[in-house]
Design a protein around this ligand. Structure first.
Ligand SMILES: [Zn+2]
Length: 339
């Protein structure tokens, strides 16, 4: 039984809103700030941090620079510096509601996260609630290194920027998540998991971490432009390397001819458990089809096309040299044979 998992990147969209920066005038394009923004968009977060620091000394009165610098500190779990930068930004631009909200969120998280135990293993910045993790911390680090290596091999992508992994007690997780329903974990630029005593053994923890880490990889490769139906399918397919995935709902929907079209999956704002299960399972079977018919290598290329701004249908057509409607039709025929 899978725990429902929220729309990946839900809070990340907040992060991007925070950083939505105006198109720069020509004279600004060579500025350290514009180089920082470009590096940030390329997910080269270390370079982005260097340029953002430079940009702050170049133009200390520019609020957007402090916002970006704060965001970069936040993403590497340096909450103290993130807070200072955002407070400075708010002084310069007191009507920025998004910064105010980001500071409030940071305040809630900082209170909880300051008591957590550290256990970094590059590039993961690991924090967990003491005494709550169902495995030894050395094993936890081993799970992450293993995911980094094996998922990385599949996509030929190995991020070298910090990726915070925060494991909260269940009650603390409820305080920081911005979702109303129960979830097994989430990725919003950081991997966050609730540790539910009794329901989370080592295998389950490993499966959730693989799933969430895959979202981080997909996010980087697609620059946050991967639609949910593919994003969840890819994450569940990587999770599938650790544990079995139920497909009963998708089989039943297929028999009753109630299988939703790909681009209608995950289009509601709230889901009941049965719908969530159906969407995960359908997304999973879509990805299984794509990577079995083509390959993981082509999947990585498809994500990069999305990252370059190509719309989904065009990216599918270009990558698989097939009309997307035909791909979807052939997928249904494949499902009938393989479910
Ligand atoms: Zn997910």
């Amino acid at each position: 039984m899978r725990s429902p998992h929220p729309r990946a990147g839900l809070s990340l969209f907040l992060a991007f809103t925070l950083l939505s920066v105006p198109v720069l005038a020509a004279e600004q394009q060579a500025s350290a700030y514009s180089r920082a923004v470009a590096a940030y968009n390329e997910r080269d977060l270390d370079a982005a941090l260097r340029y953002a620091k430079e940009a702050v000394s170049e133009r200390p009165g520019h609020a957007d620079t402090h916002i970006l610098l704060g965001q970069l500190y936040y993403l590497r779990q340096d909450l103290k510096r993130a807070k200072e930068s955002w407070e400075r930004a708010l002084k310069l631009a007191p009507d920025r509601k998004d910064v105010k909200e980001a500071l409030e969120k940071l305040g809630r998280e900082a209170g909880i996260e300051k008591t957590m135990v550290h256990g970094d293993t590059h590039p993961f910045v690991l924090r967990f609630a003491e005494g709550q993790v169902p495995v030894e911390s050395s094993f936890l680090r081993e799970i992450l290194r293993d995911a980094y290596r094996k998922i990385g091999q599949q996509f030929n992508y190995f991020p070298d920027h910090a990726i915070p992994v925060l494991l909260y007690s269940d009650s603390d997780f409820q305080k920081i998540k911005s979702l109303s329903h129960s979830v097994g974990g989430l990725y919003d630029g950081k991997i966050r998991l609730p540790l539910k005593p009794g329901s989370l053994n080592g295998d389950r923890l490993q499966a959730i971490l693989w799933h969430e880490y895959t979202h981080a990889v997909v996010h980087d490769l697609s620059r946050g432009r991967c639609p949910m139906w593919l994003n969840e399918g890819i994450a569940t397919s990587q999770e599938f390397r650790i544990k079995n995935v139920e497909v009963g709902r998708v089989r039943a929907a297929l028999e009753q001819e109630k299988l939703p079209a790909w681009d209608l999956l995950w289009s509601e704002s709230r889901y009941d458990q049965a719908t969530l299960d159906l969407y995960y399972q359908t997304s999973f079977m879509i990805t299984q089809y794509l990577v079995r018919r083509w390959s993981w290598k082509e999947m990585a290329r498809l994500l990069e096309r999305l990252g370059q701004g190509t719309p989904m249908r065009d990216a599918l057509r270009a990558q698989y040299r097939t009309d997307p409607a035909v791909i979807e039709k052939e997928w249904r025929a494949w499902l009938r044979k393989n479910l």
